[in-house]
Ligand binder design. Sequence first.
Ligand SMILES: Cc1cc2nc3c(=O)[nH]c(=O)nc-3n(C[C@H](O)[C@H](O)[C@H](O)COP(=O)(O)O)c2cc1C
Length: 384
Amino acid sequence: MSLSKKAQRAYSIDDLRLMAKARLPRAIFEFFDGGAEEELTLRENLAAFKRIRLLPKALNDVSSVDTSCSFVGNPSALPMAIAPTGALNFGRHGSDIAIAKAAAALGIPYTLSTSATTTIEDIANAAPGRLWFQAYILANKEKLAALIERARVCDYEGLMITVDLPVGGKRERDFRNHLSFPFKYTPKNVLDFASKPFWSISMLAHGVPVMENIKELKRDNPGGKKLVSTVGKNYDPAFDWDALQKMRDNWSRKLIVKGVMRGEDAERLARMGVDAIVVSNHGGRQLDGAAATMDALPGVVAGAAARVPVLVDGGVRRGVDVIKAIASGAQGVLIGRATLFGAHAAGDAGATRALDILKDELIRSMQLCGVRSIAEIGADLLFK
Ligand SMILES: Cc1cc2nc3c(=O)[nH]c(=O)nc-3n(C[C@H](O)[C@H](O)[C@H](O)COP(=O)(O)O)c2cc1C
């Protein structure tokens, strides 16, 4: 079956997730799907969206609906952007570019992760559009400055600083599955990889991916000799408010701070003059026990006090989730696993399908709510 036919058989993001699961070795799927420790926060993110109920408005003419809006200071076709996700090509060769192209075609921003498996330049060439570069705070400051300069030269519109990863979260599935990058081959994971021959052959044909933008940094797992957690080893846990202020002073384009959960932090960021704040707990991959992002959102919105747009991510799997986020005070959402499941299930067609599903569901849910534009989505839609 062609990939585009396969993609058309998915009617929801969960269908794409199950297709990705069927294609990938367990260790690889669980790296993308899983979270930290007991995955309390991962589950809570999803549950918090599901707890919210809406009160639709009756008898409004919804024959035409407009999803375009202002999103982090510029026009966007939808109130959403792609979240940064590292290591994607371990799921399928070409996944970063597939998602970046799907985002550009739809007219929404795309964020490239520091730990992406595609270079800053290749994304800019393949998918010119609104591009943001997500920077982790590397301990190697010269390398960090060089990455940011490359994003500037390639016309990236925004720099996103992720602040919820001073150290790596404890991702126990990776330990249990013997997953480290580069791979250390053990009888357990070789059997696992061999159980998915299409994935294995594709890995052999294209070569095992590397974190292209940071490949010269000290390897977490030199030569694949040890089984170690590969998360966050090169990052600087001393990064603080003063250091962020310096980044603000040196970057005149959009500065977006991701991983904010508290109102007082949002208040301080608004005073610092950042361009957007993302309420995020890293999709439940960092502090297990962190509040669900939708539960933290109102506090952050209050702290930002309309001086800076607030976005939210973590658990967006339905178009109606976008309405719930905006009704709760966000300007829009970031899409994390939803598009990566699409790309891993069915490549370019799958990434496009994931965004089409979310767009279609958003439009339909807006009509069912009796709203015609993003501006009409307000707190009055929330059932208290
Ligand atoms: C596989 C994977 C890799 C990720 N890599 C990064 C990253 O490199 N930088 C970052 O800021 N966030 C990263 N995140 C977090 C996402 O940007 C986002 O916050 C999260 O996926 C949102 O939750 P959701 O996937 O449930 O929608 C990653 C998430 C996943 C699932």
